[in-house]
Design a protein around this ligand. Structure first.
Ligand SMILES: NC(=O)c1ccc[n+]([C@@H]2O[C@H](COP(=O)([O-])OP(=O)(O)OC[C@H]3O[C@@H](n4cnc5c(N)ncnc54)[C@H](OP(=O)(O)O)[C@@H]3O)[C@@H](O)[C@H]2O)c1
Length: 328
């Protein structure tokens, strides 16, 4: 009989590591059949082995893979094709993002953000699909294969100063919510998780090491990765299509649907100017490119074509949508 496995990407750190710890308890705490193997995917193999040793869990299989690399994705696909396991759970948690203006980043950083956050998530889900087999034709929350995709509340709105990341997470939300409806007929539950700031290494990495903690209003709504992982597993087991984690993020989600995006962006630009992240630039050893218009703007001149006030057009009327039953 083929093995029943769980695959967790981003398992070497933060939220993914918290998922790994919780999935180890799948039988005891979460009530369903435990997995024969738990594939913990990440680039940092040493860290994965260290976590396996720390948890003393033989079922954890460290899988070294750079998800931005098509070659590594192929190796992962081959590994599944050879072992032909049943994928009972796929948690797409690996992710990255660099804060700062797009012009301050090498193009490779933007490419990697899209490759890891979007391409690898979509590809791995598709690669795993043939192995997500419903063992019992009667769908129950305990026996159905499940996918948990980690998006972010950053995906609710465009985010100047974090543009590629926010756009990548908008992709994750849209893709995963569509998959929920595609996969449900095959008895597979896809749950999209949208946390706000979480206490992990993410902020340090996203600021090129200049900030280890969240600042401003975000510092007051930082979530705990273990609580988030527990809530996500419970949401997935309850068959929910989306979990917007925490009251503040739920409020943001509703606001993003009823307030015109241009208004929110205008206020955001006033309150939170785009931060300079020089560490990302020094990666390539080049000075940041400062375009002519920006230099003029910095000296106080207005630039044609760049709106300096709230647009008066009503093209973006508020859209009142019924809140999902799942989000209530
Ligand atoms: N922390 C937050 O505030 C927050 C908020 C909302 C959503 N999220 C999302 O939550 C997820 C987990 O983030 P986190 O907070 O736990 O951050 P983290 O501690 O930095 O963990 C990121 C994980 O992604 C993996 N990863 C990054 N690039 C990879 C690549 N090219 N190939 C394979 N693995 C890669 C890393 O593993 P290796 O380094 O071993 O490769 C690491 O395990 C991400 O999708 C993030 O966007 C985070």
């Amino acid at each position: 009989m083929s093995k029943n496995i769980a695959i967790i990407t981003g398992a070497s750190s933060g939220i993914g590591k918290a998922f790994l710890e919780e999935i180890v308890k799948e039988h005891g705490v979460y009530g369903s059949v435990p997995f024969d193997e738990i594939w913990a995917v990440g680039r940092n193999e040493e860290k994965l082995i260290e976590i396996k040793t720390l948890l003393g869990e033989e079922r954890i299989i460290p899988v070294k893979a750079d998800l931005a690399s098509p070659e590594d994705m192929s190796v992962l696909a081959d590994r599944l094709a050879t072992g032909r396991p049943q994928v009972g759970l796929l948690i797409n948690c690996a992710g990255m993002g660099m804060k700062g203006a797009v012009e301050d980043h090498p193009a490779k950083t933007i490419e990697d953000t899209i490759d890891v956050n979007c391409t690898s998530l979509a590809k791995l889900t598709r690669i795993c699909l043939p192995y997500m087999i419903l063992k019992n034709p009667v769908l129950t929350k305990d026996n159905c294969p499940r996918v948990i995709n980690i998006a972010s509340s950053a995906g609710f709105l465009p985010q100047p100063g974090f543009a590629a990341y926010a756009a990548s997470k908008a992709f994750v939300i849209s893709f995963s919510r569509a998959l929920y409806y595609e996969f449900i007929d095959r008895g597979i539950i896809v749950t999209t998780v949208c946390p706000g700031p979480v206490n992990t290494d993410f902020q340090r990495k996203a600021t090129g090491g200049t900030q280890t903690e969240f600042t401003g209003i975000r510092q007051y709504v930082v979530a705990d990765p273990v609580k988030l992982a527990k809530a996500s597993i419970k949401a997935s087991k309850a068959g929910r299509q989306i979990l917007v984690y925490g009251f503040s993020q739920k409020a943001l989600h509703v606001a993003s649907k009823i307030i015109p995006t241009s208004w929110i962006l205008f206020i955001e630009k006033k309150l939170m100017p785009v931060e300079k992240v020089s560490a990302a630039v020094s990666e390539e050893g080049t000075a940041p490119y400062v375009p002519e218009e920006k230099r003029e703007l910095e000296s106080g001149a207005s630039v044609e074509g760049i709106p300096q006030s709230v647009p008066e057009t009503d093209e973006e009327k508020p859209v009142f949508e019924e809140t999902d039953k799942a989000e209530a």
